[in-house]
Write a protein that binds this ligand. Structure first.
Ligand code: XMP
Ligand code: MG
Length: 180
């Protein structure tokens, strides 16, 4: 798979180091609490798995699967819940765990949803932030790395459901897309 990459943007070591740091920060922030980490499927799976191992307080985990209406790269902002939480959010300190924030539409929908369900607090931790893609005013509470406005894959992020299992984040060679 490495041959398919034009460039590696963030190495495995850099990711693991950052995840440790985020884990320590979150442990301090929620010390004495029992936050609910909500991973957004499928992209957040590797980040969620690594992050919870670096958090040394009790946490509960759950997952949501959402998809935006309208196919293609331009998202409409309407979000469909494909898989909802099994956990009640009312009164909980919710931490949304995301792979990447691009337009911010998915996340702003989820934040409003959890507020409507009476969460005590809602915060966002994302591994990657692509601020140039933003369509709504949304700043994550914690972000691992800022990435340029390019399509990135790896560590949860896919191209046509592939490359999610890469331990690093990179950009594909153009011929990989053209071959589709
Ligand atoms: P928003 O609503 O912030 O959506 O636009 C974020 C979701 O869009 C996907 N996304 C990407 N997936 N490489 C990917 O593989 C990218 O560069 C990329 N940018 C956005 C992703 O599913 C994310 O959760
Ligand atoms: Mg996602």
């Amino acid at each position: 798979m490495k041959n398919d990459m034009r460039e590696i943007l963030i190495t495995e070591e850099e990711i693991q180091e950052k995840v440790k740091l985020l884990g320590r920060e979150i442990s301090n922030e929620y010390d004495g609490k029992f936050p609910l980490f909500v991973g957004v499927l499928k992209g957040a799976l590797p980040f969620m798995a690594d992050l919870i191992k670096q958090v040394d307080i009790h946490v509960e985990i759950d997952f949501m699967d959402v998809s935006s209406y309208g196919k293609g790269t331009v998202s409409s902002g309407e979000v469909k819940i494909v898989k909802d939480l099994n956990t009640k959010v009312e009164g909980r300190d919710v931490v949304i765990v995301e792979d990447i924030i691009d337009s911010g539409l998915t996340l702003s929908y989820l934040i409003e949803l959890f507020k409507y369900r009476k969460a005590k607090s809602v915060k966002v931790v994302t591994l990657l932030d692509k601020p140039e893609g933003r369509k709504v005013d949304l700043v994550p509470d914690r972000a691992g790395f800022i990435v340029p406005d390019e399509f990135v894959v790896g560590y949860g992020l896919d191209f046509a459901e592939r490359y999610r299992n890469l331990p690093y984040v990179g950009v594909l060679k153009p011929e990989i897309y053209e071959g589709e």
